[in-house]
Design a protein. Structure first.
Length: 267
C-alpha cells in the first residue's frame, strides 16, 4: 500500500482548529482573536462565567453561525468557507448535543437513536436496530431501549442524546452543558461515560461547561473565555491552571467552592 504518509498526516491534523475567530451577534462582539486546536482523542473543555459566549463559540465551531472573522477547520477543512454540500459532509462528522438534549417524545429510545440512520442512510431496518443497540450499549442504556423519553431520568436522557449524536459515525462530539440540571452523582456517571467513549472508541470531545468538578475530572485541556477582555485568557491542563496560573481570574475560577453562587456576566 502506498498510503501511509497520507494517513500519518491525517492522524496529526487536529480534529478541530479554531483560527483567530471573532464571535458575536450584530455589532456585539463576544470573543476576538480566539485560536486553539483540539487534538484527536482529546477532551477539551470550554469554560468561563455564564454569558461569556461559550455556547456561541461552539455554534460557530459547528458551522451553525458564521463567525465575524477567522476560520474553523474540521480535520483540516474549513467549515466556514465550505459550500452547502461540503459543510453538510463536515457536519456529519460532528455529533452535537445541546443543553436540552431533546429526544423526540413520541419515539422510543431505540427509535430516537435510529432516527439519524432512518433520515440519512438507506441501511436496512435490522442493521439500523443493531447499530442503535450497539450505540446504546456504549452509553450503558441498552436496557432502556423500549422506553419513552418521558420515562427516563435526566442522566439517561443525556446519555441517549450522546448515543444519537454518534449514530452517523461522528468522531468529534460537541456537548453543550452536558451535566446541566443533573445531580452530582448522575453528573459524575455522565463524566465516566464521556471518558469511556474517548478511551474505548478514540472519540474527540469538545465540552462546554462551567462545572468545576467535571472539568477537573474529564478535561485533558481547557480553554477559558473572559467576557470583559472578550478573549481566551487561559489554555492548558485544568489542574495546572488551578495551581499555577499567574492570572487571578483563572485562579479565582478554579479555586472557587463548587457550591458558590455563579458569577453572571451582564452587559
Ligand atoms: N442567537 C443570538 N442572538 C443574539 N444574542 C445571542 C444569541 N445567542 C446568545 N446570545 C447572547 O450572547 C451572550 C453569550 O451567550 P452564550 O449562550 O454564548 O453564553 P454562555 O457562556 O454559553 O452562557 P451560559 O453559561 O449561561 O450558557 C448572551 O448575552 C446571550 O444573550
Amino acid at each position: 500500500m502506498e498510503r501511509p504518509a497520507v494517513s500519518a498526516q491525517a492522524q496529526t491534523t487536529p480534529a478541530v482548529s479554531v483560527r483567530d475567530l471573532k464571535v458575536g451577534y450584530g455589532s456585539r462582539v463576544l470573543l476576538e482573536g480566539a485560536s486553539f486546536d483540539v487534538q484527536r482523542g482529546e477532551i477539551l473543555v470550554i469554560l468561563g462565567a455564564s454569558g461569556c459566549g461559550k455556547s456561541s463559540l461552539m455554534k460557530n465551531m459547528i458551522g451553525l453561525y458564521r463567525p465575524m472573522a477567522g476560520d474553523v477547520l474540521i480535520g483540516g477543512e474549513s467549515i466556514v468557507r465550505a459550500g452547502p454540500t461540503e459543510k453538510a459532509r463536515l457536519q456529519r462528522g460532528l455529533g452535537i448535543t445541546y443543553q436540552s438534549g431533546a429526544l423526540f417524545g413520541s419515539l422510543t429510545v431505540l427509535e430516537n437513536i435510529r432516527f439519524p440512520l432512518d433520515e440519512f442512510t438507506d441501511i436496512g431496518l435490522e442493521q439500523k436496530n443493531l447499530i442503535a443497540r450497539m450505540l446504546l450499549h456504549q452509553v450503558e442504556m441498552v436496557e432502556a431501549q423500549s422506553r419513552m423519553p418521558a420515562e427516563l431520568s435526566g442522566g439517561m436522557l443525556k446519555r441517549a442524546g450522546i448515543a444519537r449524536a454518534m449514530a452517523l459515525g461522528a468522531e468529534i462530539l460537541m456537548l453543550d452543558e452536558p451535566s446541566a440540571g443533573l445531580d452530582p452523582i448522575t453528573a459524575a456517571n455522565l463524566d465516566r461515560t464521556i471518558l469511556a467513549l474517548r478511551d474505548n472508541l478514540g472519540l474527540t470531545f469538545v465540552v462546554v461547561t462551567h462545572e468545576l468538578q467535571s472539568i477537573l475530572k474529564v478535561a485533558d485541556r481547557a480553554v477559558m473565555l473572559d467576557a470583559t477582555s472578550r478573549s481566551i485568557i487561559a489554555e492548558g491542563v485544568p489542574s495546572e491552571l488551578r495551581d499555577h496560573s499567574q492570572d487571578a481570574r483563572v485562579r479565582q475560577f478554579f479555586n472557587r467552592r463548587p457550591d458558590a453562587p455563579e458569577t453572571e456576566v451582564r452587559r
